[in-house]
Design a protein around this ligand. Structure first.
Ligand code: GDP
Length: 484
């Protein structure tokens, strides 16, 4: 076996508008020998560059889409992450999410503090924000390299590329170049003239023209093979992104492929399928084989919360002498797939500190799926406990949400507003959370409630009402008032 230094495969992540696409474009523009290819390039989901004689490949699908693929299938083809943070804006929601992904997949990463050319760029402030998230920059004694860059002027980009090579060496990223190739599908599409094509990335071994390329769902006897500059090639080594033709059916993005003999196709398929299943069981967390008196699907804002919740379920299992099992846990809002899974396995869906989509919540309601949502851990625990004890499940649905349509008078501690109940019902004296764009702005209590100018105790879904909320926080139009 010939182990060689692997050209690193790099994925770029970060908050929207922080400059991922600009950075990818700048690196491509300045480091790909376009002239050599007659100026023709094709977008195949990744591109290869050569910097000071070292090859590297950039995944051209910025951020979340690429990671959705990694997450769902365990397509762990990225060797290094670049987390882009705009130095004028600092850490944002998707920055935190990206950090979670990098942690889950244990991908070494570099932080690119972008837009350094801007007057209000304040990289030191961003470093301090990172420390709060337990990401300690190298220059402050930690392990994470941070580099000031500008995707506009190109400042710092050489430094960034050099740090990539450094990380490859520190982590001794190696691969085999002999033997049958394997790798991952990036994208697949149908071309009216050339049939089904897929772009893919080789992670090990060699892929040759004429080989059988096998995935779980598809097969290609390779007749077309091109690089990211549209040139015909006969073979591809790690970490080359290539376009391959002659597939029988469309493969899915993120699927692993292997090169093999025709007679081994079925065995290879089984092997790939088993590998993906094992991954999913272990990491993304669907463990449908788990049996318990109560099975849960858990959604939370970040990994720390998932861990805290796991401990709570363990404690409850012991306290109530019952068997509570998690069949799936994941970050972010409840998905349609979760609902299907809950239906199939009679699971309870728990949602902690995430903003869910209204249509999904309606779907849960319609299907009568047991559901608990809360932004407070102990409350979630209490609700689950009462559910297990057989108390009324309806009570456990989110009690009510109101959308603020108008704001009237306000004092330091009292805000008068008008709105429509968009979910459930709200009652006088209810404690509430004030949400803006899914983030908690503050808490309060309904101290007056009226419908058609008449004082009432309760307002139901779709009804309009006026209310006074006791809170020190300001309330704005479009805010959501959610009953705690
Ligand atoms: P993405 O959503 O993360 O892919 O962000 P884009 O690459 O689309 O960039 C968002 C905006 O920021 C665009 O208007 C870019 O022109 C601008 N931008 C990106 N990088 C820089 C930079 O380094 N300096 C300045 N001044 N603007 C930048």
């Amino acid at each position: 076996m010939d182990w060689v230094k692997k050209p690193p495969i790099i994925v770029v992540l970060g908050h929207v508008d922080h400059g991922k696409t600009s950075l990818l474009d700048y690196i491509r523009k300045t480091n790909v020998a376009l002239k050599e290819a007659g100026g023709i390039t094709q977008k195949i989901g990744a591109y290869e560059i050569e910097y000071k004689g070292e090859k590297m490949t950039f995944i051209d699908t910025p951020g979340h889409e690429a990671f959705a693929m990694l997450r769902q299938r365990g397509a762990k083809f990225a060797d290094i992450g670049i987390l882009v943070i705009a130095a004028d804006e600092g850490v944002k929601e998707q920055t935190k999410e990206s950090l979670e992904y990098l942690k889950i997949f244990k991908i070494p990463f570099i932080i690119a503090l972008n837009k350094i050319d801007k007057k209000d760029a304040d990289p030191e402030k961003v470093l301090a924000q990172l420390v709060e998230l337990e990401v300690i920059p190298e220059k402050w004694g930690g392990e994470i390299p941070t580099i000031n860059v500008s995707a506009k002027t190109g400042e710092g980009i050489d430094d960034l590329l050099e740090t990539i090579i450094l990380l490859r060496d520190i982590y001794e990223m190696k691969t085999k170049i002999n033997g049958l190739g394997r790798g991952y599908i990036l994208e697949a599409f149908k071309d009216p003239k050339r049939g089904i094509l897929a772009s893919l990335i080789v992670t090990e071994g060699v892929v040759k023209l004429g080989d059988f390329l096998i995935t779980q769902s598809s097969l290609a006897k390779i007749k077309i093979m091109e690089d990211d500059l549209g040139r015909k090639i006969n073979e591809a080594y790690p970490s080359k992104p290539i376009l391959v033709g002659n597939f029988d059916v469309l493969p899915s993005a993120g699927e692993e492929f292997k090169i093999g003999q025709e007679k081994d196709i079925e065995n290879i398929r089984k092997e790939l399928e088993e590998k993906e299943k094992t991954y999913i069981r272990k990491h993304i967390f669907v463990k449908t084989e788990e049996k318990g008196d109560y099975v849960l699907i858990v959604r939370a804002d970040h990994l720390g919360s998932l861990e805290a919740l796991e401990n709570i379920f363990l404690k409850l299992s012991q306290k109530l002498n019952t068997n509570i099992k998690i069949i799936k846990q994941d970050l972010g809002p409840i998905s349609l797939e979760d609902v299907e899974l809950a239906k199939e396995f009679g699971a309870i869906i728990l949602s902690f500190n995430v903003k869910n989509f209204k249509n999904i919540l309606d779907h849960i309601k319609n299907l009568n799926i047991k559901f608990i949502e809360s932004n407070v851990i102990y409350e979630l625990e209490e609700k689950l406990e009462s559910l297990i004890k057989g108390e009324e499940i309806k009570e456990l649905l989110p009690k009510g949400e109101l959308e603020v349509l108008a704001t009237f008078s306000k004092t330091k501690t009292k805000k008068t507003i008008g709105g429509r109940v968009v979910l459930g019902r709200i009652k006088l004296k209810d404690k509430v959370i004030i949400l803006r764009n899914g983030e908690i702005m503050g808490r309060g209590k309904i101290i007056s409630l009226e419908k058609n100018k008449i004082l009432v105790e309760e307002v139901k879904e779709n009804e309009l009402c006026g209310l006074i909320i006791e809170t020190t926080k300001d309330i704005e139009i479009n805010d959501i008032i959610r009953i705690e």
